[in-house]
Design a protein around this ligand. Structure first.
Ligand SMILES: N[C@@H](CCC(=O)N[C@@H](CS)C(=O)NCC(=O)O)C(=O)O
Length: 229
């Protein structure tokens, strides 16, 4: 069976799990936590040259990078499509997926996750409140403002849920898990988009599966419970 190496609370691993669930791809999640020293298996760099999660093994085939993995799924399991067919919509989906990795993850979620979780709880490094404040005051308005404008379209690329929507919403889940609120008054279209995407059956199933890990890590889950109520 296809194996997804990573942890479900990781933004990029979740993206791949949601894509696999959406396409009905049978898989098993093999836990790998790169931020915990000595956690990854000895052959990890053979599976993931950068050391990052996720990577997959599909028989004798190995592949790292969430975007490459989702593109692979699209070829092995074309239905339902996760990429729009029109040239412009397709290109926009790829651009937004890339932006989710660079702008949203690298600019916002990654630094906050490190300050709130990895530094104090894994590495014994005190949280730097100034870094958190800088991300919240500079990066978040720029990144979320852009996403809010894009979300006026309904779906971010094309007229059906695509990899762009999954990639962005996956970031917003982890952003809220670590205790930061999505400002619904300031970014109403992004908030409505988020609600719509996490309610998709594959996304909801992925979040349900994460529940145990999230609770054991004492992460914030109230934003999902509130929606479900
Ligand atoms: N471009 C990569 C990025 C993957 C990535 O940044 N993964 C994070 C978790 S979401 C990670 O492995 N972080 C641990 C580390 O950097 O050591 C992808 O799309 O898969």
């Amino acid at each position: 069976m296809l194996k997804i190496h990573g942890v479900p609370i990781s933004v990029h691993t979740r993206k791949v799990i949601v894509a696999a669930l959406a396409k009905g791809i049978a898989h098993e999640v093999v836990p790998v936590v790169p931020v915990i020293p000595d956690n990854p298996p000895p052959n990890w760099r053979e599976l993931s040259p950068t050391g990052k999660i996720p990577a997959i093994t599909d028989g004798d085939f190995t592949l790292a990078d969430s975007s490459a993995i989702c593109a692979y799924f699209e070829r092995t399991h074309p239905a339902p499509p996760l990429y729009p067919t029109g040239a412009r919509d397709y290109a926009e989906a790829l651009a937004i997926e890339q932006y989710a990795g660079e702008g949203v993850f690298r600019g916002v979620v990654h630094p906050l996750f490190h300050e709130v979780f990895v530094h104090p709880k894994v590495q014994g490094i005190p949280t730097d409140p100034a870094r958190i404040a800088a991300v919240l005051s500079k990066e978040v308005p720029e990144v979320f403002g852009y996403l809010d404008r894009l979300a006026a379209r309904g779906y971010l690329a094309g007229d059906a849920p695509s990899i762009a929507d999954i990639a962005v919403a996956s970031n917003l889940v982890t952003f809220q898990y670590i205790g930061f609120a999505l400002d619904r008054a300031r970014y109403p279209r992004l908030a409505a988009h988020f609600d719509r995407i996490v309610a998709l059956p594959a996304f909801a199933a992925a979040l349900d599966r994460e529940r145990g890990v999230v609770e054991s890590m004492k992460l914030e889950r109230g934003f999902l419970e509130a929606k479900a109520a």
